[in-house]
Write a protein that binds this ligand. Structure first.
Ligand code: ASP
Length: 340
């Protein structure tokens, strides 16, 4: 019988209204089970592991990612797939982080959650949970159909490190602007194998060293030197530069000088676009040529979630900065597309 481990970390899916404050707070897994009697009818052996404390995912942090990676490693040989119940707010960060930390996956790790608690009549939680379980259980020729970290939400399966939460109210809360979906659930569950990672040759392993000392510099017309310097002269090890369009920034001498100084202080600067779709192309415009010359790294079409967690993972490995920079511009687990 197919064995699935459900890992409950929290999120709206299991929340209830707190009578005292009137706000939504996370509740235990029994709440979920009680509301989905269909779980007992599934042909899988389900085991549940609840995290303590269960979290609103805005309180998610790297120590929980490490605990998740270690749990999956401990249970890896005993289950066919893993479903992680998680708040939608930071689900794409967790999925991206796990995609780098869980290496050579040959089993599915499917994150899901919901926009409405499972106890609400119009909830989207039941469908999300039941189909996520089905995806985690699906095999082809005896092997898992989706051997990667992914997010299932509102009838679509996304590569985790390509996904982002783009809507806080619609059931269709996630998008993957730069990579096709991996599967779609309608009357049939249709997988798109050409877009799914292939099975690894190497044995499964985890990497749990993370360095989260990262700053973010988001550009806007009129940004002051003081605001830029607050990031470039801070004590961070890397800066994610959220630039305009295809990776462009102002060309003002003071601005270029601030970035150059940061690079001289051995900070890694990665350029990603504020546009959700499309890729950074350093050197395409005059407004990114200087960045390219001084050694700013291109984040290509990576999501913000992916860049931040990839930096945490790479900088945690104790490898040389030049190697970190090289790997940032390399697709490790399908998180970026290099231009032709
Ligand atoms: N605040 C919730 C969370 O991320 C939202 C959700 O689950 O959809 O935990």
């Amino acid at each position: 019988m197919t064995k699935i481990l459900i890992i409950y970390t929290g999120g709206t899916i299991g929340m209830v209204n707190d009578a005292k404050t009137g706000t939504l707070i996370p509740f235990d897994f029994e709440q979920i089970q009680k509301n989905v009697p269909e779980l007992a009818r599934l042909d899988y052996q389900l085991t549940v592991h609840s995290f303590h404390p269960i979290l609103d995912s805005s309180n998610m942090n790297p120590s929980v990612w490490i605990a998740l990676a270690e749990l999956i490693k401990d249970k890896y040989d005993f289950f066919d797939g893993f479903v992680i119940l998680h708040g939608s707010d930071t689900m794409s960060f967790t999925a991206s982080a796990l995609s780098f930390m869980l290496q050579n996956l040959s089993k599915p790790v499917v994150l899901t959650g919901s926009q409405l608690p499972i106890g609400e009549i119009r909830t989207d939680a039941k469908e999300n949970l039941i189909t996520a379980l089905e995806i985690a259980a699906t095999k082809k020729d005896g092997k898992a159909m989706v051997p990667e970290v992914c997010i299932y939400f509102d009838y679509q399966l996304f590569r985790g490190n390509r996904s982002l939460k783009y809507n806080s109210e619609k059931f269709e809360a996630f998008q993957s602007p730069n990579y096709p979906i991996l599967a779609e659930a309608g009357v049939h569950l249709t997988f798109f194998p050409n877009y799914i990672l292939s099975h690894p040759d190497q044995p499964f392993q985890i990497q749990t060293k993370l360095n989260s000392n990262i700053g973010v510099l988001k550009m806007y017309p009129g940004i002051s030197q003081q605001a830029v310097m607050a990031i470039t002269q801070s004590d961070v090890d890397a800066i994610v530069l959220e630039a305009f369009g295809s990776g462009n920034t102002p060309t003002a001498t003071w601005f270029i000088h601030c970035l150059e100084q940061a690079i001289q202080q051995n900070k890694i600067i990665v350029d990603i676009s504020q546009c959700k779709g499309g890729s950074v192309q350093l050197g395409l415009y005059e407004t990114s040529r200087e960045l390219q010359k001084m050694g700013v790294v291109s984040g290509y079409d990576m999501t913000f979630e992916s860049v931040v967690t990839k930096l945490m993972y790479l900088m945690g490995q104790g490898i040389k900065a030049s190697e970190v920079k090289k790997l940032l511009e390399t697709a490790i687990v399908g998180e970026l597309t290099l231009p032709n």
